[in-house]
Design a protein around this ligand. Sequence first.
Ligand code: HAM
Length: 439
Amino acid sequence: METTGMMEAAGAAEAQNKAPRGVRDILPEESWKWAYVSNTVARTMADFGYSEVHLPIFEHTELFSRGVGDTTDIVEKEMYTFVDRGGRSVTLRPEATAGMVRAALEHSLCGQNAAGKLWCWGPMFRYERPQKGRYRQFYQFDAECLGLAGPVADVEVIALSAEIFRRLGLRNLEVVMNSVGCPNCRPRYRKVLIDYFTSKKDVLCGSCIDRLDRNPLRVLDCKVSGCGAVADSAPAIYEHLCDECSAHFEEVKAGLARLGFPYKLDKRLVRGLDYYTKTAYEILSGDLGAQNAVCGGGRYDNLAESIGGPHLPGVGFAAGFDRVVLVMEQQGNSFGRRPQTQVYVAAQDDAARGAVQIFTHKLRQEGISAEQDAGDASRGTRSFKAQMKSANKAGVPWTCIIGGDELAKNLVAVKNMTSGEQVSLPPEEAAAYIRRYIG
Ligand code: HAM
């Protein structure tokens, strides 16, 4: 009894001291890289005419069950759903598309002739088995082009995602594409598929047999090897598309060829969300292992209606932020320059500490990153020697020293830590002097 109690207490302590399984802290070693990626994403989105929006992290559960689809893994097994204090069922967003369409409808963000081109980024939540590149709280950047039904929009969306990855220097990527048809042609294909898979039922895994009637397209992307072999020989949807879907697919392929984008057709690509119509695509990385998709997207012309809105065609993509950073690290890509402290301001004696405080603040106001010893009498201040040691340890390129002499003459001693060169200047000139060097 005693032991169980102790174990429970230990478990509780561990639970308090550690982040829950599948979620992680993005610490300073990594966060500056995220800032670089998000800046690049923001610039590219703007170049393609997308406006940023910030969406809520939780929505009514129904938005996802109706939008993403009741029979998807996401809705069936992966959502973080809870009843709030007002008795409503809400869900932490597992993806952004449904919320984006909801927001566009709620705020009339696209008119009759004006496309709504919107993007967002932030955390998404799915209760999945954590592994490399797969987390329960992960981040996506997501772009949605609403109101355009033609294939040019599909090509633009695929080109936008590829351009972001080009600017980030990602290599070894592959664009895979399929058409998943529409409510006109899919039922026919569904029947062809059910007939085909039923004839191979003895080889299929339990969940595929389960899915066969409800969602036979999902059998196509089952990862179990027996099912995979059967799915490889299954009839391809693009041989069963209606005229409209077929023409759309041809024009998307022609558009990609026009822009010089290599892609591979993958008849087994159906995506894990039910809202897709026509184009579905993914961008895969050769450097990620099992979770190799850095980006997924496609067209969803009936999503707005399925959540109770009017007809509003749409096409978009979402990319896994965590995975993009992972691939960039693995490929040794540049994240630009890590923000670094430029100047350490040191007080030679206690009498100079006030002047150090004023000068440090002045540098910061001028946009020069500066540090000082922020200790005080109660917690102990650092000696001049210890301050210089801190400056060396931080690897700052400049130190500014203020002592009795400098105080008397209203000067600051500016030392270049690389060359060892030192000059004494009035505070206003000292900032300008450093600025000339660091740009
Ligand atoms: P998705 O394929 O579910 O699509 O997710 C898009 C990307 O998010 C994936 O390719 C992957 O990079 C990343 N991702 C997904 N789950 C995880 C996870 N557990 N851990 C880390 N990264 C993950 C969607 O979410 C659709 N809303 C995309 C879309 C937008 N379609 C049209 N518009």
